[in-house]
Design a protein around this ligand. Structure first.
Ligand code: PEP
Length: 253
């Protein structure tokens, strides 16, 4: 079985550096001992670079980036700045940013291309709302395909061809609701995404992660599918003991 990627998306938490460091240290310690996983921590920008220079055994990710390299873009952070701060991953297109910041597929596309150019590993989030999923898995696949088409526009112009793209399938209705997707359906969606991105136009072999109400109780059933390469974890990644159990998913099954 391939190494699984476990990404902790802390969102706008915790409120102090002391708490952030405590949590990150506990995870780094667990990651040092864990086998068969790569752990990626994505704290808010305020804590990210301090932590990334201090702690080992985990990789670091940002929760967003901008598409320009430098200049008058108040409040923004460029891909190169991340790369120069021991940050290897960046989450782009999270549904919360699409919703609250009105990020469009066009903006997300520019961010994806800029981040890949800067040699960051991009975790592109896609996923359908409940109204779509109620129509069935095929409707969800169509929705995701449409997002991928727009978010990855012109990716084939990037040279050399990048293998730094990761897709996080996060059905919106499963995020923070305690109602995860059925792992068998997630696996089918993952196969669909991989198949779709394989043809000539894309020629990509992305890893596909699942996100949406992942806990230590359901991680085993999700990761036992070969086609699911890991998980993006929100709420459960803020509790040190819970996230440690997720990291050790193989040994506690
Ligand atoms: C997320 O926000 O990406 C997420 C998956 O959150 P949660 O694990 O809390 O559902």
């Amino acid at each position: 079985m391939n190494r699984k990627i476990l990404v902790a998306n802390w969102k706008m938490n915790p409120q102090t550096f002391v708490e952030a460091e405590r949590l990150a240290k506990a995870v780094s310690d667990a990651a040092r001992k864990a086998k068969g996983v790569e752990v990626v921590l994505c704290p808010p920008f305020t804590w990210l670079t301090d932590l990334s220079h201090k702690l080992k055994f985990v990789s670091w990710g940002a929760q967003d980036t901008f598409w320009e390299e430098r200049g008058p873009f108040t409040g923004e952070t460029s891909p190169a700045m991340l790369k120069n701060s021991k940050v290897d991953y960046v989450i782009i297109g999270h549904s919360e940013r699409r919703r609250w910041l009105h990020e469009t597929d066009q903006m997300i596309n520019k961010k994806v291309l800029a981040a890949l150019r800067a040699k960051l590993k991009v975790i592109l989030c896609v996923g359908e709302p409940l109204s779509v999923r109620k129509k069935g898995l095929q409707a969800a696949k169509n929705f995701v395909k449409n997002q991928l088409q727009k978010d990855l526009k012109n990716i084939y112009n990037l040279k050399p061809k990048t293998h730094n793209l990761i897709i996080a399938y996060e059905p919106i209705w499963a995020i923070g609701t305690g109602k995860p997707d059925d792992p068998a359906e997630t696996a089918e969606m993952s196969r669909f995404i991989k198949e779709y991105l394989k043809p000539k136009t894309y020629n990509l072999k992305p890893k596909v992660l699942y996100g949406g109400s992942v806990t230590s109780l359901n991680i085993g059933r999700i990761l036992e599918y070969n086609e699911i390469d890991g998980a993006l974890v929100g709420g459960a990644s803020l509790k040190a003991n819970e996230f440690k159990k997720i990291i050790q998913w193989k040994s506690i099954r």
